[in-house]
Design a protein around this ligand. Sequence first.
Ligand code: HEM
Length: 224
Amino acid sequence: MNHNKEAESETRFYGFIRAASVGLTHIISIAFPVFIAFLSLPGTSVFSWHPFLMTVAFGFFMTEAILLFSPHGSLLKRFPHKTKGRVHWILQSLCGSCAVLGLAAIYYNKYLNGKAHFTSWHGLLGLITVCVVCVQSLAAVPLIYHSLAKGWSLAKLKRYHAASGLVTFLLGCTSLLLGLCSSWFTESVGGHAWYLAAICPALSALIIMNQVSSAYVAKKRLQS
Ligand code: HEM
């Protein structure tokens, strides 16, 4: 009897921690792009669009597109899975569009200033990230038009999509973190504020990693 009560309160405690961490990620997904927008002032120069569009793409659209499948704090919790799937691909399309525009902005800015392209770790990984986002989006089309992937079960396609989606998200978070190491950012944000900014993509990465891997483990348990 006592053991049952203990297990129940433990489950409730972990449920609270999970809901609180997903809630915090929702707050970060809005606060982080707003902070970068105040810093870069989009529209004041060609460069200003790059940090803004990239944080909106990965920090807001991609984060929210994955979080809406969270069992612990999805904004569409009461909606059917089909609706979540539809909102997911709309948000991911917006993420892809912002990422491509953000890449175009920094590429054009460097062209205007006669600077070499993709010379830093941030630039190189950023380019790879945007390419992976495009491939991931194209590879997701058979999830909507299943006839395009003959011989592949929908369950298998979904599993691969979730795993590669997590890798794409982690690439996005790492590119964001490397962006925060750029001299443009560190010249205006230093000390505790820098760590506070860096914790945003790091924490989002951890929470999304936990969400996707838990869903995978739960499905595996159901299958076995
Ligand atoms: C996931 C998000 C991001 C991606 C995919 C990304 C991608 C890129 C790419 C591909 C370049 C090189 C362009 C070229 O050489 O022609 C670049 C440059 C740059 N980015 Fe980002 N970026 C992201 C986020 C950020 C953020 C958040 C900041 C600022 C806080 C930032 C600041 C810069 C700066 C200052 C440069 C020029 C210096 C350099 O090449 O490293 N980026 N970015």
